[in-house]
Design a protein around this ligand. Structure first.
Ligand code: PLP
Length: 397
């Protein structure tokens, strides 16, 4: 017999991927310019020029056998040193190379971290709405995944609800700010309060709850908003990062895990990360892109296009009568469905060739996610369709 959980997971395709596939077919049928595809969080700006130049230089100058060879499992020392240096410079994080484990993107960072922490029957908590793979990775690691509702209307963490959800088996809390799918950012006060709650609970229980901060959108923030570094507020913290969004390299699979040096039993914790990476067969992160990270750790793509898209989309949707929380980061807008069932809303949008995904898969019914990492031209072309959709719902009355 095959592993039934894997069979079921393979059959139940991600609604995001499904819509992405539909978009490709539909574009062939009616022409690319007539489909308004907001389904996927695929960056629409190129990597920074400096990164492309560095990549060309690395390929042309490095000795090819070494360039394409294995590195140490946790990543090359000088690469990890560069990552630690960058985090220390930007966040006073007090890390060194031996706190960093290079990964194949944030997905690998998360699944390795969860496998490092979880014993069968432990619980992993996360606020709604959440990236759907948190549940998949947590359950695969043997945990029970528990969604904790965010504050109604703002999508900020509801700490009272979190306090009630913490228990004997809570192993970790996952946070994600800027958030996919809401675009909401958690400010310093919220992070401080959340960390104080976890500190107090962990001390009372005599065993830490780990805070996993999933940060692939850390640099994608608007209007001078600051992302606090959890390591400055909570010792038992782990950052899962990826360059997929900040350097526009999602297909190259490169990221890292940063384990807080101040975590209790740091050496054991880091060893567990290495062990989980090994057991999951990751071997090492792509060597070529490790070399790139060494040269470009603090670089970010030109994010101004996302900001303009956010401003254009927010202004238009507001004018047409849609409700949403204005996103401060990432490149997603979480719009309230004008009818109770967001899947019906998504289906109705499809009639106007607008493709976006229902919030149900993100643990938040009644909303839909619009990924606005798209070309300005497509966004502009889509606005009359959004207007027609709003009119069908009579939103202005
Ligand atoms: N975490 C969040 C919140 C994401 O949105 C994504 C991808 O969209 C990931 C993790 C996975 O990122 P990566 O492509 O680097 O594995």
């Amino acid at each position: 017999m095959l592993n039934p959980k894997s069979v079921n997971l393979g059959k139940a395709r991600s609604p995001i991927r499904e819509l992405f596939e539909y978009a490709k077919t539909r574009k062939k049928q009616i022409g690319e310019e007539n489909v308004f595809d907001f389904s996927l969080g695929n960056p629409d700006v190129p990597p920074p020029e400096q990164a492309t130049e560095a990549l060309i230089k690395i390929i042309s100058e490095c000795e090819p056998v070494a360039l394409h060879g294995y590195t140490s499992a946790q990543g090359d020392f000088s690469v990890r040193e560069a990552v630690a240096r960058d985090l220390n410079a930007r966040y006073r994080a007090d890390l060194d190379a031996d706190c960093i484990y290079m990964t194949c993107g944030a997905a690998a960072s998360l699944t390795i971290t969860l496998n490092a922490l979880v014993n069968v029957g432990d619980e992993v908590l996360c606020f709604t709405p959440y990236f759907p793979e948190y549940r998949v990775f947590s359950e695969r690691a043997g945990a029970k995944f528990i969604a904790v509702e965010s504050e109604e209307g703002s999508f900020q963490p509801d700490l009272n609800k979190l306090e009630r959800a913490l228990g004997e088996r809570t192993k970790a809390v996952i946070i994600n700010s800027p958030n996919n799918p809401s675009g909401v950012v958690y400010g310093e006060e919220v992070i401080k309060k959340l960390c104080a709650l976890l500190c107090e609970f962990s001390a009372r229980r005599g065993e830490p709850v780990y805070l996993i901060s999933d940060e692939p959108y850390r640099e994608i923030v608007y209007g001078g908003v600051k992302i606090p570094c959890v390591m400055n507020y909570y010792a038992d913290s782990i950052i899962c990062y990826s360059y997929s969004k900040s350097l526009s390299l999602p297909g190259e699979r490169i990221g890292y895990i940063a384990v807080n040096k101040k975590a209790g039993g740091f050496a054991e914790l880091y060893a567990a990360v290495c062990g989980a990476g090994r057991a999951l067969g990751y071997v090492c992160a792509p060597t070529l892109f490790q070399r790139l990270v060494e040269k470009c750790a603090g670089l970010v793509s030109d994010l101004s296009a996302y900001k303009s898209n956010r401003d254009i989309l927010c202004a238009a949707l507001e004018e047409y009568g849609f409700s949403f929380v204005r996103p401060d980061g990432a490149f997603y807008l979480f719009v309230k469905s004008p009818e109770a069932d967001a899947n019906a809303f998504v289906a109705r949008a499809k009639k106007y060739e607008i493709l976006f995904v229902a919030g149900d898969g993100f643990g938040c019914a009644g909303y839909a996610r619009i990924a606005y990492c798209v070309s300005r031209e497509m966004l502009a072309r889509s606005l009359p369709a959004f207007k027609a959709l709003a009119e069908e719902y009579n939103l202005k009355n």
